[in-house]
Design a binder for this molecule. Structure first.
Ligand code: MIC
Ligand code: SF4
Length: 653
């Protein structure tokens, strides 16, 4: 039987297990990336593990989320990250040099390699054949120390692309169409492998828009084969020698398959406030819009901004609409400026931001009250823009530009003057911002510089025999990590200070949560489907742990968050819809079994007693390794314990 492309890359990197769906596999990681808002914990945990040098082929530290440095705490985080990169041997991309995914693809991403990153959009370079996965920071720290990365082998789904995109439909519409069909949980436990004749019609940047936003499907990653278009891209970023041709075997077998006929697509938009709330733009047309932003790791590249610039050249945006362009990288920014496009956009009424995540997580350009904002981003979770009741729409740069011209959501096909989509050509070479990456050789090794806001990572005690406590909060389906630990400006500065950050835990759902959790000295969270979707931030497990939460009972979990719960010693039990319906906030939950013993022994069904009234069943579907981690009180303790016992070195996990 032939192999899929995913299986080929995994086979090359497999250190443990078999490539059977559902089985745990360990893979070797070639490259790691981390960014400023998850990176501080990565390095603090790297230090706590007693590691002294990066062991993976390449590690890159980016400063991209909080580059405005509103508070000395952010600036201290950046200084700490530079010092950690210098001390341990990672590349350091300076604040303002761009979003990790954009800068990584320009400088380091390579076909056939594996990449692990402490950011959920790490799958971006899947568009050029790199097997790239997002994870919590502790998994990144271990991989950077040379340890394997463990996942449950996902199912591999073939996405067959046929035909060619018509005029105004774009790569963004392909991934929006996938979200429309499959929903934000449709990709959990899956890797999407793209194939078919439509692939060659898409440039490498277009493919990376799709793999980037594949994260919104809940997928482990998304992957494209490589071809001349990949080679063309790598040559232009100055790394043509890293090209390798990668294709699945002709007789590869997939677990499932779906077809997207590109020729049938039209401009789409995700309406507030979920990326899968997708409709044709024409259905939302006419909605008045106060703000339009082009940027983010999905559509902030040179190739994304150029078509919009062409559409706006010589024109003016609507007088009641503001438009901001936030390039994904400083290189893109510099190239647009040198070619005169920045001036054209400015003349049309557009404001430029530095290359940063910024507005994507509510840092700057917060929409006005009771207004609509149209963005080329990947997420529009409620409140993420920085105002609680926001109305954020997600679309392509072309739809964004058309909307800025008219002041209302507009399908570009309905613009009177634009008959043809502007398109773009890849630049001859991607040049610029050459001084913004400090190599490990050039770094200044001045030891770890920790400001007063940078604390230790708290540890949990090993799991005990008895778990009992109140239902501290009962939540619906699709609770995001933005609900659990919001990412807005006022909160982000505490990412390296867990006691302080914990005060904001679940505040967007219930302001009294943190105080109640601390007072109750233990307890549970209860949630519906897909709990913890969205970001990779391990703070969403670490902060509840710090507040004393013992476990989460949910109908299902998002992949990265589930792993983070194990990593910080919180018991994740899957419950049925009936039991979910019966549990009320405040109900006392007692796990009837000897929990530590049951977890260690491989028990799958756990009985929980509610108010001494009725009993339900929670399922722990976990590997032996995950059970050991849970019983030890989390992965940091587990790895250290193994090391102390003279077992595997931390690097071997
Ligand atoms: C996001 O898009 O939600 C973030 C902010 O990039 C996060 C990382 C973080 O919370 O720091 C992600 O995607 O993992
Ligand atoms: Fe940054 Fe937004 Fe991309 Fe996250 S999704 S990495 S916040 S641009």
């Amino acid at each position: 039987m032939g192999k899929t492309l995913t299986e080929k890359i995994l086979d090359d990197h497999l250190v443990e297990g078999d490539l059977e769906p559902g089985e745990e596999i360990g893979i070797e990681i070639d490259q790691v990336l981390t960014q400023d808002t998850t990176g501080t914990l990565v390095w603090l945990q790297f230090e706590a593990l007693g590691l002294d040098e990066v062991q993976s082929e390449l590690a890159a530290q980016y400063c991209d989320h909080q580059t405005y440095q509103f508070d000395f705490k952010n600036t201290d985080d950046h200084r700490f990250l530079r010092s950690a990169a210098g001390t341990y041997g990672a590349y350091f991309s300076r604040p303002g040099n761009g979003i990790c995914h954009n800068v990584h693809r320009e400088n380091f991403a390579a076909p056939g390699k594996t990449l692990l990153g402490s950011d959920s959009h790490t799958p971006t370079p899947g568009g050029i054949g790199e097997l790239a996965i997002g994870s919590g920071g502790l998994d990144v720290a271990v991989a950077m120390g040379g340890g394997a990365y463990y996942i449950e082998m996902p199912e591999i789904v073939q996405v067959r692309l046929e035909g060619e995109l018509p005029g105004w439909a774009t790569a963004k519409d392909i991934i929006l169409e996938m979200l429309r069909r499959l929903s934000v949980k449709g990709g959990v436990g899956k890797i999407f492998e793209y194939s078919g004749p439509g692939v060659e019609t898409l440039s490498a940047p277009e493919r990376m828009t799709i793999t980037n936003m594949g994260t919104e499907l809940g997928a482990t990653t998304s992957l494209f084969p490589t071809d001349e278009r990949t080679e063309e891209y790598l040559e232009r970023v100055g790394r043509g020698d890293e090209f390798v041709e990668l294709q699945p075997d002709d007789d590869a077998e997939y677990h499932d398959s779906l077809t997207v006929d590109l020729s049938e697509l039209e401009p789409l938009v995700a309406k507030p406030s979920m990326p899968d709330n997708v409709v044709p733009v024409r259905e939302a047309a006419g909605t008045e819009v106060d703000q339009v932003i082009i940027g983010s790791c999905t559509n902030g590249a040179y190739e994304d901004i150029l078509p919009a610039a062409k559409m706006l050249e010589g024109r003016s945006i609507d007088l009641s609409t503001e438009m901001i362009v936030a390039p994904g990288s400083k290189k893109a920014s510099e190239m647009l400026a040198r070619e005169g496009w920045t001036a054209e956009l400015m003349a049309a009424g557009v404001n430029f931001s530095e290359a940063t995540c910024g507005a994507c997580i509510g840092i700057g350009h917060v929409p006005g009250s009771d207004s609509a904002s149209v963005r080329t981003f990947n997420r529009n979770f409620e409140g993420r823009s920085g105002i609680e009741e926001d109305n954020v729409y997600l679309c392509s740069p072309e739809v964004a530009a058309a909307t800025a011209l008219t002041g209302e959501i507009t399908d570009p096909r309905d613009l009177e003057t634009d008959t043809d989509a502007p398109g773009y050509e890849l630049p001859g070479a991607y040049e610029g911002a050459e001084n913004d990456i400090i190599t490990p050789d050039d770094s200044i090794d001045d030891g770890l510089i920790k400001g007063p806001n940078i604390g230790d990572v708290p540890l949990k005690d090993p799991l005990g025999a008895h778990l009992e406590g109140p239902t501290l909060l009962k939540m619906d389906d699709n609770i995001t990590t933005d609900h659990i630990i919001p990412a807005t400006q006022d909160i982000l500065m505490y990412r390296s200070n867990i006691p302080k950050l914990s005060e904001f835990t679940l505040s967007r759902v219930d302001e009294t949560f943190a105080d109640r959790a601390l007072d109750s000295n233990g307890g549970f969270l209860v949630a519906g489907e897909n709990y913890g979707q969205g970001s990779s931030r391990e703070h969403a497990a670490l902060c509840p742990m710090f507040l004393g939460v013992e476990g989460v009972l949910a109908q299902s979990f998002a992949r990265i968050h589930r792993a983070n719960l194990f990593n910080f010693g919180l018991l994740p039990l899957e419950i049925t819809e009936d039991d979910y319906e019966r549990i009320n906030m405040g109900d006392n939950i007692e796990i009837v079994d000897d929990v530590a013993e049951a977890v260690r022994s491989g028990q799958e069904e756990f009985t929980f007693r509610v108010n001494s009234d009725w009993e339900g069943t929670g399922t722990l579907d976990a590997s032996e390794r995950e059970r050991e981690i849970l019983a030890a009180g989390g992965k940091l303790s587990y790895v250290k314990q193994q090391h102390d016992e003279g077992g595997a070195a931390p690097a071997d996990d």
